[in-house]
Design a binder for this molecule. Structure first.
Ligand SMILES: [Ca+2]
Ligand SMILES: [Ca+2]
Length: 146
């Protein structure tokens, strides 16, 4: 190999290394959301009934009812699906996770529910307040990729 070709090869490797470092440090991968939550609040935003959280790794739900006000907190995961016609929609995935102020007290007042979403699927958590079959204050977290 001539000195000139060796020099060209080394320069090429330096450029390649710079590209790889750039990819590794790109903000898109460094700041991808891995944990999201949603609050069940009244429309005025003056009362926060509870929270539901989920994670992109493990996809479990943690629900917490904040007040002994007669209303419990329920939460359920939803996955983003594509209809044959091409439109997208959210659909419930897995069971409903329930917490009230007399439940989950060995977990700091929170109730954990084990869930699983298929790898690569987009999902979110739906939270709402419920009492004797009535529901209110439905809310949805930002989405995550499992
Ligand atoms: Ca409550
Ligand atoms: Ca509780």
């Amino acid at each position: 190999m001539s000195a000139q070709r060796l020099k060209t090869l080394v320069q090429g490797l330096i450029v390649l290394a710079a590209i790889l470092v750039g990819v590794a440090l790109s903000p898109a991968s460094a700041h991808a959301a891995t944990h999201v939550w949603a609050f069940a609040q009244n429309p005025e935003g003056t009362y926060n009934a509870g929270v539901a959280e989920t994670w992109s790794y493990g996809e479990n739900i943690v629900a917490e009812d904040f007040h002994a006000d007669g209303w419990g907190i329920r939460a359920q995961l939803q996955t983003l699906e594509t209809a044959p016609e091409g439109y997208r929609y959210w659909t419930a995935a897995g069971g409903v996770c329930f917490d009230d102020t007399s439940t989950g007290n060995n977990g700091g007042g929170r109730t954990s529910c084990e869930r699983n979403i298929a790898e690569g699927k987009t999902f979110r958590v739906h939270v709402w307040a419920s009492r004797s079959g009535s529901t209110k204050w439905h809310n949805y977290s930002p989405s995550l990729v499992a």
